[in-house]
Design a protein around this ligand. Structure first.
Ligand code: TYD
Ligand code: MG
Length: 456
């Protein structure tokens, strides 16, 4: 039986139950329910005063609303993902695997903003001040007027932020904070939620921008409490493939900007360098393009990005052929294979299929369908696509090649990088490139087979 005022919070999904159970009824995780006391400390309960005016003050949708002011940090990749800089009074959660470079990124953001005149603080609960400082020195940021502190007590942090006026504060990380108002240990849902709630309130009240760092669990959620994601104004994921130097900041939620925006960085000896032209990074332009490779002209957020899609089709040694995908959706691959089989007579039933997006980028656009199909066909026929050709187009289940958004920007980016041809849906007008159009996938695959690119 629950004690008076006690409830049980799942440490994985944040759902609250009145009874302890071994398995969380909300998310199915085992042994994640932890007792949480809900009774408020004496005196904490405040009754809101009744408002004097009855009813709500409604306004029209067309009333003028000024754009929110922004703290432009000067780290352009960061600012763009934010939607043009950090909004004062907002809270941003930055999640990522341990070691991906969250602390490095946010130290750079804080230092850059501070150099441009913003009052910035960096509060580390994970590293000692000396560690943060020596890292800053190695990154050439020692002269930036950022105020450093190493602290994990929520009360001390909140008091400190109230005492000194700041524009932007980095808290690294939310999981290290603890509040003495709660019994649960640091990193528990109760503590993380309490700390995030308190800091978000402080941000709103003081017009202070708060950036919270959050570690990601094995399942990819920002450690346990999904609840924090609901409290903040923006959630960014900082990602990177092991073995590759570059890192991608991806907007997952943003109340003040687009959510499909990405920022690209490269991790080096002096911290993270901004990558202004990601196509050059993801595309290997030095070597010959082999059979099975197709260059996809994609759009990531607001920018066109060229990236190589590589396919390998090989005879299968086992009864069940293998399908392995890196950087793309495996369900989408299954669909493309089915359409190739049903509409083009290209069978993969006795063959292993591997698909890889080069450089470690993750593509989610359906516009990559034709590039994946062309790469698969190119590998299956062992015929290379032309070196100077980019591919894009969405494939429907009926085997049509559909037009995609922003074809003009895709073509322009390809022309800028020295490509002379494009292979895609029928008739996108372009003066920069020679476009080979196909409205049916079967025609497109025939072209790959015949190497017939000049015939229109
Ligand atoms: P860090 O920012 O501490 O990661 P996180 O806060 O996400 O856990 O970055 C750690 C990694 O970054 C570490 O493996 C070393 C690497 N790194 C560099 O390669 N160059 C640098 O200049 C810095 C500061 C870090
Ligand atoms: Mg860190």
């Amino acid at each position: 039986m629950a004690r008076d005022g006690a409830v049980y919070a799942c440490q994985s999904c944040g759902a609250v139950q009145t009874r302890w159970t071994g398995q969380c009824p909300a998310c199915g995780a085992w042994n994640t329910l932890v007792e949480e006391l809900t009774s408020r400390p004496p005196g904490a309960l405040k009754l809101t005063k009744p408002t004097r005016r009855a009813g709500l003050a409604f306004e029209g949708l067309d009333a003028a609303t000024p754009a929110p002011p922004r703290i432009v940090t000067g780290v352009e990749e960061w600012d763009r993902v934010c939607g043009g800089g950090v909004v004062p009074g907002s809270a941003i959660l930055v999640g990522g695997d341990p070691g991906v470079g969250k602390s490095t990124l946010l130290l750079q953001v804080a230092a850059s903003a501070a150099r441009r005149g913003a009052r910035c603080a960096y509060i580390s609960g994970e590293e000692a001040i000396e560690q943060v400082r020596s890292r800053a020195q190695r990154m050439g940021l020692a002269d930036a007027p950022v105020k450093l502190a190493a602290e994990t007590a929520l009360r001390a942090i909140v008091d400190g932020l109230k005492a000194d006026p700041f524009d932007l504060v980095v808290i690294d990380s939310i999981q290290t904070l603890w509040s003495d108002a709660h019994e649960a240990g640091p990193g528990s849902v109760t503590q993380v939620r309490a700390a995030a709630g308190e800091l978000v309130r402080l941000a709103k009240k003081r017009g202070l921008a708060v950036i919270l760092v959050g570690h990601v669990t094995k399942e990819g959620a920002i450690a346990g409490p999904r609840v924090v994601e609901h409290m903040v104004d923006a959630v960014f994921a900082f990602e990177g493939e092991r073995g590759y130097p570059f890192r991608i900041l991806r907007g997952a939620k943003n109340r003040f900007g687009a959510t499909d925006e990405i920022g690209v960085f490269e991790m080096g000896d002096a911290g993270l360098a901004e990558v202004k032209n990601p196509s050059a990074l993801f595309l290997d332009t030095s070597g010959e393009r082999a059979a099975g490779a197709a260059v996809f002209a994609g759009i990531e957020g607001s920018r066109p990005v060229l990236v190589e899609i590589q396919a390998l089709v090989a005879p299968s040694a086992y009864g069940t052929p293998r399908r392995a995908v890196v950087g793309w959706d495996s369900g989408r691959l299954a669909m493309i294979l089915a359409v190739l089989e049903a509409r083009c007579g290209l069978s993969f039933g006795d063959r292993d299929v591997y698909l890889n997006v080069a450089g470690g980028l993750r593509i989610s656009e359906p516009a990559a369908d034709l590039a994946a199909a062309a790469a698969l066909a190119s590998s299956a026929f062992d015929v290379a696509l032309p070196q100077d050709c980019v591919v894009f187009g969405e494939i429907s289940l009926s085997g049509e090649v559909r037009p995609v958004s922003r074809m003009d920007s895709r073509l322009k980016e390809a022309a800028k990088l020295g490509f002379r041809r494009a292979f895609g849906p029928a008739d996108p007008e372009s003066s920069a490139l020679q476009v080979t159009g196909a409205s049916r996938l079967a025609d497109a695959i025939q072209r790959v087979h015949d190497g017939a690119w000049d015939r229109s």
